[in-house]
Ligand binder design. Sequence first.
Ligand code: PLP
Length: 246
Amino acid sequence: MSEDAAIAARLSTVRARVARAEQTAGRPPGEVRLMLATKTQSAAVIRAALLADTVACVASGLVPVLLGENRVQEAVTTATGLADLHPQIHLIGPLQSNKINHALRAVDCVQTVATLDLAGRLSLRCATTDRVLDVMVQVNVSGEPTKSGVPPEAAVDLATQVAALPGLQLVGFMTIGANTRDTGLVLAGFSRLREVRDELVASDAPGAATARELSMGMSGDLEDAIAEGATIVRVGSAVFGSRPPA
Ligand SMILES: *Cc1c(COP(=O)(O)O)cnc(C)c1O
């Protein structure tokens, strides 16, 4: 099997996992969007995945995949190399303030806002260029020190302030699940993110009503995330194979 055919086959396996998890959770088919976490994949490989997915979506009526990029420079390369396919690209890795201008040219959403400082800088840049950027607040639900994100206790407060900033539209929350085989812990973390989202949306704070997205779940735990209400799952290795060494 060619590499392109292998990607298409793995993509359809992942689509089937998502559909089964939606069904198990009693959620409408197609409610969960699939994001490809492209990590270091070349534009040619990402193109093959996008084209295979587009064909499958015509048949199934599903919404085509979103792309998630960890690094601003790679987001720029993907946006440029795949401009003819008009992919929606989200930044899912950390954003340094000196890369904001580049990021704004390449991405449709920044999922990794974890400080008011970064939100303020993005807001200023967007407001002065008459742009509205979608953002998510990244929450560290597991408390693992290697993970980015605001602690859950502080998430509603930060999100309330972000939602009120000009030039930004808060669309939801993002997290990386606990790195453990203990499914109970993983589920509890995802459930915590849902509670944060529900509390914010119920708060009537300015800009809070649109913050409905829950970006959570990856190759190893997407079923758990969908059971707890994920609206976007971010899948890398299950589609592209295990990662090349960094
Ligand atoms: C790599 C990555 C993913 C995808 O992880 P897989 O386990 O390869 O599916 C999702 N989200 C983020 C933020 C990532 O860095």
